[in-house]
Design a protein around this ligand. Structure first.
Ligand code: ZN
Length: 255
């Protein structure tokens, strides 16, 4: 469904006049890219049937500590396998917006590295990325492929210690310096663009409190009662909306 002309005009005007726009990129954007909706009832039920544990248990730090073989079995099959799916249109457009100076910073809790894979440069991964892994003993870094191509528990080539993906598991704290950096970015923002999540999500609860402006724009498909906290709400797909917006802005510039 196309945006109303006046909404499009308003949105374009806000972004063009923004001195610094920060994006909070949520779960909806990875779903639009075609990634499995792991939180979806059916999928999480299937995972529980297949592994005998819930998603939250499987991704818990204590599970990683005590059941490494099953952890990596699950991790390779359910977390790393979808990486074959490229970043969707929404991320491609964010890259374009970044190149054009319309977006200054992207912040996400999602661990698939999709903004970076689309070419975005200024990205804060609050919960880390599956593309970074290291040996907790000697610190040697390992690429995602090393974990993906392993058949058992992936071990460090130097010291034989099991490798740890640099993602925040349940029961682990997010690195304080990362949160501080994200909070600083949000506090600097003239426009805060919240994409593919609701304002009551963990990502927003963690960061929107630092926003001091009055242009919090929410673009997300599913309406939610917390939408009213935004200054502008568009309940549509993020990728289609951004595409429409960037097309409009380019056309206007060329007119
Ligand atoms: Zn090592």
């Amino acid at each position: 469904m196309a945006l109303e002309k006046k909404v499009l005009e308003k949105l374009a005007e806000i972004l063009e006049n923004s001195k610094y726009t920060v994006v909070l990129s949520g779960y909806g954007m990875i779903i639009e890219s075609g990634y499995p909706a792991l939180r979806d009832g059916d999928i999480s039920y299937d995972i529980e049937q297949k592994y005998g544990y819930s998603l939250e248990e499987l991704l818990h730090s204590s599970f990683y500590s005590t059941r490494k073989e099953l952890f990596f079995d699950f991790y390779r099959n359910e977390i790393l396998k979808p990486l074959d799916i490229p970043p969707g249109k929404g991320f491609q457009i964010l890259k374009e917006m970044e190149d054009e100076g319309l977006v200054g910073q992207i912040i996400t809790r999602r661990i698939f590295g999709l903004p970076q894979r689309a070419g975005c440069k200024n990205v804060i991964n609050l919960h880390g990325s599956v593309y970074n892994n290291h040996c907790p003993h000697c610190g040697k870094a390992y690429p995602m492929e090393y974990i993906r191509d392993s058949t058992k528990v992936p071990l460090c080539e130097v010291c034989n210690t099991p490798i740890k993906p640099d993602i925040v598991l349940f029961g682990e704290q997010v690195d304080n310096s990362v949160i501080t950096r994200a909070a600083e970015e949000v506090s600097k923002a003239d426009v805060l663009l919240v994409l593919g999540t609701k304002l009551s999500s963990a990502l927003c609860r963690q960061l929107t409190g630092y926003y001091e402006g009055s242009k919090l724009i929410l673009i997300t498909l599913y309406p939610h009662y917390s939408d009213k906290l935004a200054d502008m709400v568009i309940n549509q797909r993020v990728d289609d909306t951004l595409e429409e917006l960037i097309t409009y802005m380019k056309k206007k510039r060329n007119d």
